[in-house]
Structure formats: structure tokens, C-alpha cells
Design a protein around this ligand. Structure first.
Ligand code: HEM
Ligand code: HEM
Length: 187
């Protein structure tokens, strides 16, 4: 590449190759908010006594969770067809490895959370609803099967929270160090 080529490239898009696509950025932040709300709702509604409040918040958690699940499918399809930008060369190798592993496990949790929640709720006597509309239910009334998926839902939620502490801690560290890593995923 000649001098003028590299200058044009640098001018046209200073760092296009080391940024996530706009779609990936939008999906990351929309899903991040939805998941944090879902965790908050999950913890809050668990302590509510039986009654209209509990019914309302569980219904909201299910509809929001199914909606988030569909967005996660879109995100995974996008990710499989759009490689993320390579991490900067100066980043220590072990940090790049931990980041890769964390991101992979976050994706696994993003699949398991809505799936286990949906399956758990499918094996109860309650009808499945999505924003008030009847929604396909994958099971029948069975306390035993419900308990298995419910256990998976709760267990995975703790793995997710632990990963998020790590992920957000690392993210904030990059933000405050202004080393350019956080900017990769900023709108
Ligand atoms: C709450 C739910 C969140 C989930 C599930 C999540 C998940 C992910 C995943 C899977 C990636 C890797 C994307 C890929 O390579 O395909 C990523 C990237 C990133 N996330 Fe999050 N994230 C969340 C919230 C946050 C928050 C709150 C912050 C801010 C501290 C943050 C900061 C970042 C940064 C800086 C990157 C880019 C890392 C890089 O340059 O490779 N994330 N996130
Ligand atoms: C992004 C997806 C989701 C996240 C992050 C999430 C998170 C959580 C969390 C943190 C809890 C509390 C667990 C505990 O008490 O330790 C919970 C409970 C629950 N979730 Fe989800 N959830 C999601 C999707 C769903 C979906 C799609 C459904 C059903 C359609 C669902 C149904 C439930 C139910 C019924 C409970 C109450 C379980 C109980 O208290 O026995 N969740 N969820």
C-alpha cells in the first residue's frame, strides 16, 4: 500500500477494522439492558407473596425473557456471519484468552437462560403468554421436569452474574484507562 493509500484509508474510517459493527453494538447494549432488568426482576419477584403483584411480575419476566431470547438468536446469527474485530496486539495474551473464554460463556448463558426459563414455565399448569397473547407451550404439567429446568435456570443465573462481574469489571477498567478497547463497542 502506498503512502497516499494508507492516508486515504486512515482518513475514510480511522478505525473501522477495530470496531464492532453498528448492529453488533446495538444488539450488545439492548440485550445488556434487557438482561440486567431480567436479573433484577427475577430476584425481586422471587420474594413476592402469591397474589396479583407476583402474577404481574412473573408474566412480565416471561414476556421480556422470551423477547430477549429472540434478540439473542438474531445476535448469534449476526456474530456467526460477522467476525469481531481482532483485539489490539499490545493486550497481554492471557487477557485476550480470558476475554474470549468469558465471551463464549456469556453466549452460552444467553442461550441457556431464556431456554431453561421457557422450558421450566412450559412444565407448569399455567398457560404460556407473550405480551398477553397465547404462546406455544413446549410441555405439560410436571413438577419433576419443571424442577429440573428451574434448577438449571437458577444455577445458570449465578454463573451469568459471576461472568458479568468479571466482564463489567474488565470493561470499566478499559474505559477508565482509555486504552481504546471500550470504544470498540461504543455507539
Ligand atoms: C449485561 C449483559 C452483558 C452481556 C451478556 C455482554 C456480553 C458481551 C459479549 C458476549 C461480548 C463479546 C462480543 C463478541 O465478540 O461477539 C461483549 C463485548 C463487550 N462488552 Fe459486554 N455484555 C454485557 C454488558 C456489558 C456492560 C455493562 C459493559 C460495560 C462495562 C460491557 C462491556 C463490553 C465491552 C467493552 C466489550 C468489547 C470487548 C472487546 O473489545 O472485544 N458489556 N459483551
Ligand atoms: C434473558 C433471559 C432471562 C434471565 C436473565 C432470567 C433471569 C432470572 C433470574 C435471575 C431469576 C431468579 C433466580 C433465583 O431465584 O435465584 C429468574 C427466575 C425465574 N425465571 Fe427467568 N430469566 C430469563 C428468562 C426467562 C424466561 C424466558 C422465562 C419463562 C418464559 C423465565 C421464567 C422464570 C421463572 C418462572 C422464574 C421464577 C423461578 C422461581 O422463583 O421458582 N425466565 N429468572
Amino acid at each position: 500500500m502506498g503512502r497516499s493509500d494508507s492516508l486515504t484509508a486512515a482518513w475514510a474510517s480511522p478505525a473501522a477494522a477495530d470496531r464492532y459493527t453498528r448492529t453488533a453494538v446495538a444488539l450488545h447494549w439492548i440485550i445488556a439492558v434487557l438482561i440486567l432488568v431480567q436479573i433484577g426482576l427475577g430476584w425481586y419477584m422471587g420474594d413476592l407473596p402469591k397474589g396479583p403483584d407476583r402474577t404481574y411480575f412473573i408474566g412480565l419476566h416471561k414476556s421480556l425473557g422470551i423477547t430477549t431470547g429472540f434478540l439473542i438468536l438474531v445476535r448469534i446469527a449476526w456474530r456467526l456471519t460477522h467476525a469481531p474485530p481482532p483485539l489490539p496486539e499490545w493486550l497481554p495474551r492471557w487477557q485476550a484468552r480470558v476475554a474470549d473464554l468469558t465471551h463464549f460463556l456469556l453466549y452460552a448463558c444467553m442461550v441457556l437462560m431464556p431456554l431453561s426459563g421457557y422450558l421450566s414455565a412450559s412444565f407448569t399448569k399455567y398457560p404460556m403468554k407473550l405480551w398477553g397473547m397465547p404462546f406455544f407451550k413446549a410441555g405439560w404439567e410436571s413438577d419433576a421436569i419443571n424442577a429440573v429446568f428451574n434448577g438449571l435456570h437458577k444455577g445458570t443465573s449465578w454463573l451469568l452474574v459471576a461472568l458479568l462481574v468479571l466482564h463489567m469489571g474488565a470493561g470499566l477498567r478499559h474505559l477508565f484507562q482509555r486504552d481504546g478497547v471500550f470504544r470498540r463497542i461504543l455507539p
